[in-house]
Each structure stands twice: as C-alpha cells, then as structure tokens.
Design a binder for this molecule. Structure first.
Ligand code: NAG
Ligand code: ZN
Length: 478
C-alpha cells in the first residue's frame, strides 16, 4: 500500500513527528524549509491581525505562502505539514489547528476536512483557508472555538488536487475541465472499494491520503465538493444487483436505480448530514440547483440513492479506518466568480464548525489490560452494527452514536472477549474504560463477565449541546 521510495519514507517521518513518534530518518523535504517562513512573512502579514486573507482564489504558491505565514504567526495553535506531493510535485498541505497542534491529545479526537479533491470544485479550497483564519483569530475571544480547539485536533487540507486546480478556470460552473489529477484520474474514484473491485491505478494523491489516514485515527471527516447543494453520506457504492446479467446493463441499471445503500450507522450518518444542512444558510431547503437537477429532502442524501460510484473516498474512510466521512456539496457552481466567496463563507461557516464538534458525540474511552496498559487494535463492535472499529496504540476508541442504550463487543488477541452495556445521552459523551482480561488460565474455569468496567459521563460546556434536537429524522425520498 505504501510506496517504498526514500522520498516517501522522509514524508512518513515528517508526518510521524506530528504524532509524537520518534523517527530516526532525517527529514529532508526540500519544499518545506522552516527558515523560509519568516522571510515570506512581510509580504502577507498585516500588522495587527496576522496574515491577511482576502476573498479571492489563491493559486498554489499564494496558498502556500498564506499557510506558512499563519503557522509562523500562530505557532501555539497551528502546525503545517505536507502528506506528499501531487503528480506534478505540488505539496499536499495540511494545517492542524488545535491547542495541541504538534501532538495528538490522548483521549481527544482528531478530525479533518479535505477540499478540492476535484480540482475544478474550488469553493471548498477557499473556505478551508477562511476556516483556518477564523479558528486562529477566534480562539481568544470565542469560548466555543476555544473549547473546540482545546478538545479537538482539526486537520485541514485545502487542496487534495492542486494540479487539477491549476488548470481550472474561474467562472466555469458545470464542465469537468480540471476535475481530474494530472494523469486524468478522478481521485474520488481511486480508492479501494468494499463492494466492487477497483482496477484504477492508484494515484500519488490517493496514496498520500491512504497513508495519512492509516497513521492518524480520524474520528470524523468532511470532503468538500461543488456542483450541487447537499450533504451526501455512505454508502456511495452498492452491492451488485442480482437482476444484472451483463455488466453494461448492470451499470446502466445501477446509475438510474436510486436505491439507497444503507450503512450500519445510517442513523448517525443522517444525523451528521443534518447537522451540516441545518446549520447551512439554505442547504436544508433542498431546492434543486437548476431545472432538471435533483431536489434533496432536508438537503441530505444517501450517496448511492443519488448515484452509485466505485472507489469513493467516504466509503473508504468508514470501512477501512472507522472514520465517519460525508461528502459536502457546497456550491451549485463548481468554480464561481471570486466576488461570491464572502456569501459562500457566510452560508457555510456555522455548518463547518458545528459539524466538527459532532466528533464529541457518543461514546469514547480506553481499552486496557489488567495492568492498565493500553490494548492496541482491540476490536470494538456495537451490537446490531456490522462494522468494526479498532483501538489506537493508546487503547483509545471513539464511536459517534445517537442517544440510546447500546451493547458493544470488545475483543483483543489473547484476551477474553467482553460485552459492555452503556447509555449515550444527547449532551455529553459517554466515557467507557474497559479492562480486558487475559485468556490464559480461563480455559477450564467458568467465565463470568469480568468486572473492571467503569462507566460515567463527563461534563462539557453547554456550547457543545447539539444544534440538532430533532430525533424524528425521515429518510430522504430522493
Ligand atoms: C480512563 O482511562 C484513562 C486512560 O488510562 C485514564 O486516563 C482515565 O482517568 C480513566 N477514566 C476513568 C473514569 O476511569
Ligand atoms: Zn466533486
């Protein structure tokens, strides 16, 4: 899965330093020279408020300068890293915004946004830059943002497809020029697929993402797109329909079938999508972008019910890494004129922030052995939800769940499996510490449910209360 070149090893090490892992390989990313940061500062930094960010499109160099100047200006709140390079050698930048930008906070979630996976869908790219600006400048004055950054590491990738963006044209609303990477691959069809074999050659941008999300346990994610106004949730792909006999007919049938492909966490995905659409200025109205294009009830849709696709990023995040990702289509026009950007920022600002806070919903905790040591890669499975999450090397896990009573099965190699019942309430996450007992010596004994499970809820500021209180979510018809 991971290319073995020297360059990519250097990149892994670069990334690992952000995870607090020792790395003997020297870091030699020629394009990331920390000394350059200060020399670039004068050009873009205004005297009082830090780096300026205008409402206009930023090409790759301008974006790079902006990100560097923010990281120089806000060293305690930001860290800039590159997860790799595009086909044409452009860095795939990620800015972490958090009270702990350089180190994972044990027990606290990491979340992300990825923008511009389709190079000509440009609004998300700029909104992520504005989100960075907003977060760093609000930390001292807005208690909600302070709480969010104190308790979350937010990884923001403005552009996953900088090469496609470089050839895209402002004002182009509907065409596909610039959508693909420089080798003409659609990056949102380039991931391994659970339902169907994906024979597309993996691209460097996709490989970089795969490596990144295998290194950091992201809890929640959004992928920003344009060309529609809807929050679309897994699954994007669907098992082959049995009535299909020829593959041509099959794909024709499936493209027009509009059959939802229901994920085990369908209720949670619908909720997350509603958080985005309900906090958006107009997404939840579900008005179609233009005549003939679909309307989306409440501004959300199951991905496959809209149209099925193979090799998408959101299904991969969820099924491979237990990261709940949805696809956010935030502009009817893929690359609108720059003067419309302030409106897009106003429309999406609240959604972008409230959505990330949803990482704090549900249950989280640690799986430990009898000596209190973390159990890595313990399998966590909520009964009735056929998807397995795994603990991190610190034994951490997160499971976003709506209010209710749940049972989970926890198992680890060499340990007795354990079943734990717990409740989730609306306003606070449930903390679950689970102790697994060694399987040794238990073979001939009668096994009861081992004790040592602690269950309690922690208090968070009232600002974390969910913006969506509506428990009666109706499945979209479209
Ligand atoms: C849960 O486990 C973590 C990690 O060992 C520990 O820091 C925390 O204090 C524990 N909390 C409770 C309530 O047991
Ligand atoms: Zn797109």
């Amino acid at each position: 899965m991971i290319g073995g070149t020297k360059a990519s090893i250097a990149r892994i090490c670069f990334l690992l330093t952000f995870l607090g892992t020792a790395c003997s390989q020297s870091i030699s990313d020629p394009t990331y020279n920390p000394d350059e940061v200060s020399t670039n500062l004068g050009e873009v930094e205004s005297r009082e408020n830090g780096p300026d960010l205008e409402f206009r499109y930023h090409d790759h160099d301008q974006m790079t300068r902006y990100l560097r100047s923010v990281s120089a200006r806000y060293p305690a709140l930001t860290a800039l890293y590159s997860i790799g390079k595009s086909v044409q050698g452009r860095d795939l930048w990620v800015m972490v915004v958090s009270a702990s930008p350089y180190e994972h906070m044990i027990g606290k979630p990491d979340v992300k946004y990825v923008g511009n996976i389709h190079g000509n869908e440009a609004v998300g790219r700029e909104l992520i830059l504005h989100l960075i600006q907003y977060l760093v400048t609000s930390y001292d004055t807005d208690p909600y943002i302070k709480w969010l950054l104190d308790n979350t590491r937010i990884h923001l990738m403005p552009s996953m497809n900088p090469d496609g963006f470089a050839i895209s044209k402002e004002g182009q609303c509907d065409n596909t020029y610039g959508r693909h990477n420089a080798r003409r691959y659609d990056l949102n069809r380039n991931f391994p697929d659970f339902f169907k074999a994906n024979t597309k050659q993996p691209q460097p941008e996709t490989e970089a993402i795969k490596e990144w999300i295998s290194k950091i346990q992201f809890v929640l994610s959004g992928s920003l797109h344009g060309g529609a106004l809807v929050a679309s949730y897994p699954f994007d792909n669907t098992p082959s329909a049995r009535i299909c006999r020829s593959s041509v007919l099959c794909s024709v049938f499936q493209s027009y079938a509009h059959t939802p492909s229901i994920a085990p966490d369908d209720d949670v995905f619908r909720h997350l999508s509603l958080v985005y659409s309900n906090n958006h200025a107009k997404m939840s109205r579900g008005v179609s972008c233009k005549q003939g294009s679909p309307k989306f009830d409440k501004g959300i849709t199951n991905g496959a019910a809209w149209y099925p696709l193979t090799g998408g990023m959101q299904d991969y995040n969820y099924l491979w890494h237990g990261c709940m990702e949805i696809t956010l289509e935030i502009s009817c026009c893929k690359y609108p004129p720059a003067h419309e950007l302030p409106k897009y920022w106003q429309d999406n600002k609240q959604s972008l922030i409230k959505y990330l806070a949803e990482a704090h919903r549900g249950a989280h905790g640690f799986v430990m052995d009898e000596n209190g040591n973390p159990v890595e890669r313990a399998a966590i499975k909520v009964k009735g939800r056929d998807v397995t999450y795994h603990t991190t090397k610190y034994g951490e896990f997160w499971r976003i769940l709506l209010p209710g009573t749940y049972r989970i099965d926890v198992s680890g190699e060499g340990y007795l499996p354990q079943e734990v019942e717990f409740i989730v309430i609306d306003s606070h996450p449930t903390l679950l510490n689970i102790t697994l007992h060694s399987a040794k010596g238990y073979i001939s004994k009668a096994v009861g449910v081992p004790s040592g499970t602690s269950l309690k809820t922690t208090s968070l500021p009232t600002a974390t209360t969910s913006p969506v209180q509506d428990g009666a979510i109706v499945f979209p018809e479209d």
